[in-house]
Design a protein. Sequence first.
Length: 296
Amino acid sequence: MLINDFNQIIEDKVDEIQQNVKLDLRKDSDNDSDYHRNLFLNLMNFKYRTLYGKSYYVICSKELKQNLAKIPNEYIRNFHRVLEIISSKGNLIPYQSRHIESASFDTLFNNYGINHAHLSSKIKNNSNFMKGSDYLLFFITYGDTVFLIDIDRHPKNDAWIDKKYAEIVYNNWPFIYESRRLRSVTDFNPKHNRKDEYMLSKSVILLKSIGGNAYLPFFSGISTNGVPTQYVMFSDYLMKKIYKIEEELTNEDHIKKLGFSCSRNCEFRLKLKNNKLYLFEQTRNECLDLGLPEIF
């Protein structure tokens, strides 16, 4: 069955990552009927939350350039180490949030797409991550570029909802948020306080006010298993698509319409190529692009 191929693709991808990165993506994935679904959700979390194995261009905000002189030297040294990692296909994961080992809700990331790195130089005992630091580097990824927002003290509790970092993104690079802007909303003034917003953001799609405009959050709302609903919806979409393709492959006329030269005695497999799912007919070595989005 194609769904078995998909499950094996998930397993292989997890093995590939864990061979190169000390990160347990099987953590919090129960060995039951939802095992591969939960594992795929962790892979989605890894994809969006981590910087690993790819070189990025780096651009600094004017606010960060102005604040560098105020940051203690030990954090400046670690800041330059982080820059080297980002721009040279390095592994930034040890400097990032320890919650990336599981699909968990990060308020600042889910609402504004903003990640952070600890500017530390020591590994935490019995851990694959750096010790928490008083200062964090806040950044946002857009295509092949990492935009450095600011270096600031570690936020406390509901301070993670603080939109000052999003305002810096908007003031320096407004195009990053442009696709999230609601042009039809012209009078937006949320009445809830920051603490309420922090709690509400974990359960509902809460509009954000940035630069006087209303924006949809990057990822908002969580499912019962604690992951962004967007990940769950994407996972369910893929599963349903795979099952539908499996069913359609029992029809010879449909097989021909897909573009394969065979109509019977076919051996179909689902394979991953260039981070996209392809359908292969093994006896004739024919390949079909399923038109699905990149998954890793």
